[in-house]
Design a protein around this ligand. Sequence first.
Ligand code: NAD
Ligand code: ZN
Length: 362
Amino acid sequence: MTMTTYKNTPGIARTIFGRGSFAQLGQVVDDRRTDGQSFAVFLVDNYFADQPLRARVPAQGRDLVLLVDVDPHEPTTQQVDQLRDEILRQGLPVAVVGIGGGSIMDIAKAVALMLTNEGPSKNYQGLNLIKKPGVYHIGVPTISGTGAEVSMTAVLTGPEKKLGLKCQWTVFDQVVLDSELTASVPRNQWFYTGMDTYIHCVESMTGQFKNAYSEAYGYKAMDLCREVYLGPQHGQNPDNDEKLMVASLFGGLSLTYSEVGVCHALSYGLSYVFGTRHCLANCIIFEQLEDYYPEGVREFREMVKKNDIFIPQNLAKDWTDAQIEKMIDVTWALTHMWNHAIGYDWQQKITRADIRRLYERM
Ligand code: NAD
Ligand code: ZN
C-alpha cells in the first residue's frame, strides 16, 4: 500500500485586516526594532512616489525607503540581487516591508530571503533550495488578486527561467490588508489582477489535487468575485475593494492546497517570451480555454462584458515560430500543473501540437 504524502504548508503568522489599518504598520515595525542602530527597509511601488501614501510610510532613523519601479517588466532575479546588495551596504535590517501589488510583494519576499542566503537568487529558483530563514517580512498589498500576500512563492524571472523561490520561509510573517490602498488601481488592472484570483479558483478546483480545503476557500473566493464583477453593486467601490481583498487571500489559500492548471502553465510561457504581465497574460489565455474550463470561461466572458474591459486579441499573427516553440518549452516543463489539470498521464493526453493550437488562437 502506498502512503499519500500530504503538503505541510506554512501560513501567514499574523494578519491585520480592515479599512485604514495601514495606520498600524508603524507599530508592527516598531515591535521588531532592537536598538538605535537597527533599521527596517520599506520597498514601495514607485507608483506611490508622488501619492499621499508615500508620506504615510512609517520610516524613521536609519530606515531605508526604496522606491521600486515594477514597470515595464515582472520582477527579475537581477533586480532582487541589486536590492539585496544595496541594503547589505548598510547592514542586515530587522524587517523588510513590501508595499505594492504582486510584483512588489514578490520582490519583498525574495529580498528578505536573499539577505541571508549567499549568491545570486537565480540559484534558488525552485522548491526548497533556500538554505536559511530570511529576514522578518511584512506584506502590504495595494492591488487585490494575485494572492502573493499569502502564497509561499516569490515568482522571479531569471536568465534561464521564470520560477519562484518557494520554501517554508517565503510566506510573509505579517500582512496588513487595508483595502483603501487599492482604491486607485486603474480599471483594466483592477479587472486583470482580480481575475487572477478567479482563475486560481477555477483551476485549483478543476483537477486531481482538489480537495475539501481548497474548495471551501475557492467557492467563497469565486462568490466574492461574482459580487464584485457581476453583482448589483458591481464595479470599483469601497465595499467591493474589501471583498476583492478577501477573495485574493482565499483564492491564494485555495491554490496553495491544490494547484493551478492549464491557464497558468500557458501564462508562464507567454510572460517568459513576451514579458506580458501575469494577470493580463492569464486573461488573454483563459478566454481560449473553454475546452478545459467551459463554465469558468463562460462566466469570465460575462464579467469582461459587464465591466467593459479590453482584452487584447489576435496577437499570435505576429509571433514567430521560434517564439511559439519557446513558449511551448516553458509551458511543457510545468509538470506539476499538467499533472493536476490533466492527470499523471498528461503526456499521453496532450501534445506540443495541442499547446501550439491554443497559443495560435490568441
Ligand atoms: P503589479 O504589482 O505588477 O502592478 C501593476 C501596476 O499597478 C504597476 O504599474 C504598479 O505600479 C501599479 N499599482 C500598484 N498598486 C497600485 C495602486 N494602488 N494604484 C494604482 N496603481 C497601482 O500587479 P499585480 O497584478 O498585483 O502583480 C503581478 C505580479 O504578481 C507578477 O509579477 C506575478 O508574477 C506576481 N504573482 C505572484 C504570485 C505569487 O503567488 N507570488 C501569484 C500571482 C502573481
Ligand atoms: Zn496567478
